[in-house]
Ligand binder design. Structure first.
Ligand code: OAD
Length: 238
């Protein structure tokens, strides 16, 4: 039980990535050839790409937003929502995913560190708001009514992820850090395990393949998130 829970067993931080939603049918970022209609994702998810070709960037995110209607949370998302409800200590779920599957499963103590597909950000008035449907040409800001200045409220390469102070504080105080379905290729999320290790937390990785930071974890369990996560949660709450 100590190995499952960490030293004191109370304060838990979980990080999820694209592999968490893969069993729901949401494509991961670095699977297959890593291309979208011939473009590298790294060439679309940048502020420079948005200035150069806003229609292309909107088309990419509009397609992913529309796709959300066709997918549903899997058993892994549901297990994490149950863990949040039943866990007796501090709990924080940090996701790199921009889909809404964690909240649809019932998670509430959740940070979308890379933003959300279903939110927009007006570059004219700086307001952020819920968004559904397409955001391409003709998008009107619901706050200031400016046209074509709304961008997806997504953290692009070169931009600062959201709520890093809160995440860092939770990591520095955690007993158990669990990373699920992420390749460990993108910082700062890829470095969370090193902060958790530094403060003596037990670090567990649940992933299909060993991540790039696998050596920093005390334990790696390989398999699908929709199977590994419910099994781990069941044992943790037993
Ligand atoms: P990646 O696509 O880089 O990695 C997905 C990881 O999930 C890989 O290590 C796979 O082995 C694993 N995986 C795949 N299917 C799985 C399954 N069914 N169960 C468990 N694991 C599975 O995605 P992320 O690590 O999330 O950032 O990528 C991090 C960030 O890079 C993203 O948030 C995005 C991207 O560019 C931004 O857009 C800013």
């Amino acid at each position: 039980m100590v190995a499952e829970r960490g030293q004191n067993g109370e304060r838990l931080v979980i990080l999820t990535g694209a592999g968490m939603s893969a069993d729901s049918g949401v494509p991961t970022f670095r699977a297959a050839d890593g291309l979208w209609e011939g473009h590298r994702v790294e060439d679309i998810a940048t502020p420079e790409a948005f200035v150069r070709d806003p229609a292309l960037v909107h088309a990419f995110y509009d397609a992913r937003r529309a796709y959300l209607d066709a997918v549903a949370p899997n058993a892994g998302h549901l297990a994490l929502a149950r863990l949040e409800r039943e866990w007796p200590g501090d709990f924080l779920l940090v996701t790199q995913n921009v889909d809404d599957l964690h909240e649809r499963a019932g998670s509430t103590r959740l940070i979308h560190m890379h933003g959300e597909l279903k939110r927009g950000w007006c570059l004219a008035c700086d307001d952020r708001f819920a968004w559904s449907g397409t955001m391409g040409e003709g998008a009107l800001c619901p706050s200031c009514a400016t046209c074509d200045e709304v961008r997806p409220d997504i953290v692009w390469f070169g931009e600062m992820p959201y709520q890093m102070d809160r995440i860092d504080e939770a990591l520095r105080g955690c007993d158990l850090f669990v990373s699920i379905g992420t390749s460990g290729a993108v910082y700062p999320a890829a470095g969370f395990v090193q902060t958790a290790r530094y403060v003596g937390a037990h670090c567990l990785e649940l992933n299909l393949d060993p991540s790039q930071g696998s050596i920093f974890f005390d334990e790696t369990r390989l398999g699908r998130a929709s199977e590994l996560v419910p099994a781990w949660v069941e044992k943790l709450l037993a």
